[in-house]
Design a protein around this ligand. Structure first.
Ligand SMILES: Nc1ncnc2c1ncn2[C@@H]1O[C@H](COP(=O)(O)OP(=O)(O)OP(=O)(O)O)[C@@H](O)[C@H]1O
Length: 534
């Protein structure tokens, strides 16, 4: 025991002065107790010394760090030094260093998070999800942070894109970090580039060996437009970008040619998949543009089977739209892994750059008078006029085509070529007024549409937001006029709410109307005609 204790406590100097009274007490005890008394007092001493030693060690480690040295003998510390191996000590020092480093890193991360939050607030960007990448400060960061190739930066410049739009600031880094993403941003706010840019950057260079990326759009016109935009952005790089035409869907064998990016409507892609001429198992990127439309019941089956056919486990999927109803969010959460949700402004809101107006026309006849009067007073082309069906598009066209204005029409009964011509002529300014059904209500980027007229009241909040969003794009101002008749009054409050939310003045009586659930409001309307009924 004595030996043990001397071994255990060797090196400890006993402070006789400090523990004088204890020594006196223990000296009175018989000799048998001497050993244990010594041990006890030595133990007390040790505990005292241990405390000192620990304090000493902490200070000396700090000192060492300050001085940059690693060994300094401290009195009374040697017992621990002796029983602690050099590697252990080194480990402790290293652990200390690491924890300081970690703290520094954490602090910097927190500062970055704070900066990101301020920046997002400034640009009205709202995110949710784990570890959301920092938003882009400018396009230069595409190069400095993500090694963007020069062809893409050059194309951006050529297109006149100086600053990223809010959705581009956030969605591009999210996708470049390989995260799935569902995003909602106002009409005309640059969502196309937000998904095409990271796609081109991730694909890096043209390659053979199957379809690598797919963009799905709900309408042919929008697919054609996205195809053109992709090609503009990819200029200078020989990517194989293909638009799924009716001919390709029916006849082509996609295994026979390279395809980096395929742009299609769900119907055409589904047809090609069914024919087994398209293999989607290698697709690395899948974009569902106008995703809420794609998830509507009439397209859901096709979309579902396409998503299943894109079976690559490392696929990155993204959903984009200006309207993101809850059912689409739910679907996105089911579908995606570790997705980031990006909302610019408020969900499902009309663009704030559009001046919106409601006009009561009483009857169908009243509408025709109102549109003629409006054109007579001030026709400021290009003007887009929306009606609720192809029959009504034909009727209105029949009325206006002889009115000495350059008017055209687009609907699903026209041939592909006729539809393309209508769009091209309108884009080129040859047509002043384009009468349309909802086939061109979503995504179409007609530059500088001055006014959208909802000749027929839209059938849903989403339809309203997308239709009027053909105007007031890319920061420009625009105008939207919505005609309403008695039949539409139950749904007026919904439009009034959208108007108020995007900053338009709304008469107070409108805000006092009752709200009614707006579900596919397409009442049977009287024929558009000034000819008297026979
Ligand atoms: N960073 C940018 N700077 C300037 N213009 C831009 C920028 N990004 C996109 N644009 C332009 O803004 C217009 C609208 O872009 P885009 O069609 O992608 O909008 P969107 O958000 O997809 O609209 P929608 O919801 O109607 O589909 C286009 O003409 C496009 O060229």
């Amino acid at each position: 025991m004595a030996n043990d204790s001397s071994f255990l406590f060797s090196g400890i100097r006993f402070d006789r002065k400090k523990f004088g009274s204890d020594i006196a007490r223990f000296q009175k005890k018989d000799s048998d107790n001497n050993n244990s008394a010594n041990i006890l007092s030595a133990a007390e001493d040790e505990s005292e010394k241990t405390k000192e030693a620990v304090e000493e060690r902490t200070t000396s480690t700090k000192k060492r760090k300050r001085k940059g040295t690693t060994s300094e003998t401290v009195e009374g510390f040697s017992v621990f030094r002796k029983s602690t191996s050099a590697t252990q000590l080194n480990d402790e020092v290293r652990a200390d260093d690491e924890s300081v480093e970690l703290n520094k890193k954490k602090k910097e991360q927190n500062r970055q998070l704070e900066r990101d939050a301020i920046f997002r607030k400034k640009h009205n960007i709202h995110v949710s999800g784990y570890n959301v990448p920092s938003p882009l400060q400018d396009f230069d960061e595409l190069k400095s942070r993500y090694k963007c190739q020069s062809y893409l930066l050059r194309n951006l410049k050529e297109l006149g894109f100086r600053e990223p739009t809010p959705i581009q600031r956030q969605a591009i880094p999210v996708l470049l970090h390989g995260r799935e993403c569902f995003a909602c941003a106002p009409t005309g706010s640059g969502k196309t580039f937000a998904f095409v840019c990271p796609m081109l950057m991730k694909l890096k260079a043209p390659a053979k060996g199957g379809i690598r990326a797919v963009i799905l759009c709900p309408a042919r016109e929008l697919s054609a437009q996205t195809y053109r935009e992709c090609r503009k952005l990819a200029k200078g790089k020989k990517f194989h970008i293909r638009l799924m035409t009716k001919h390709l869907a029916r006849n082509a064998d996609f295994s026979k040619f390279p395809c980096d990016i395929l742009i299609s409507t769900p119907l055409r892609l589904r047809l090609a998949v069914k024919r087994k001429k398209v293999d989607l198992s290698r697709v690395e990127y899948l974009v569902l543009d106008e995703s809420d439309k794609l998830f509507e019941p009439e397209l859901f089956k096709q979309i579902d089977s396409i998503i299943k056919a894109c079976s690559n486990p490392s696929i990155i999927r993204s959903l984009f739209s200006a309207t993101l109803p809850d059912f689409v969010e739910d679907r996105a959460r089911e579908l995606m892994h570790d997705a980031v949700r990006v909302i610019v402004g408020r969900k499902n809101m009309a663009s704030e750059t559009i001046n919106q107006k409601l006009v009561f026309t009483g009857s169908e006849e009243g509408k025709l008078l109102a549109i003629r009067q409006s054109f007579a007073e001030s026709l400021n082309p290009p003007v887009l006029v929306f009606v609720q069906s192809k029959e009504r598009a034909k009727e209105l066209y029949g009325e206006l085509q002889f009115d000495n204005i350059r008017v055209d029409v687009i609907h699903s009964d026209l041939s592909q070529e006729e539809r393309e011509n209508s769009v091209d002529n309108f884009r080129a300014g040859k047509t002043w007024v384009l009468i349309a059904t909802d086939v061109v209500a979503r995504g179409m980027d007609f530059k500088g549409v001055n006014c959208v007229i909802n000749y027929d009241f839209p059938d849903s909040a989403a339809a309203y937001v997308h239709r009027i969003g053909r105007s007031g794009r890319a920061g420009r101002t625009g105008q939207a006029i919505t005609f309403y008749t008695e039949e539409d009054i139950p749904f007026l409050r919904n439009v009034a709410n959208l108007m108020a939310a995007s900053g338009c003045e709304v008469p107070s009586w409108l805000m006092e109307l009752r709200k009614k659930k707006w579900k596919k409001h397409r009442p049977k309307r009287d024929t558009i005609s000034t000819k008297p009924d026979l």
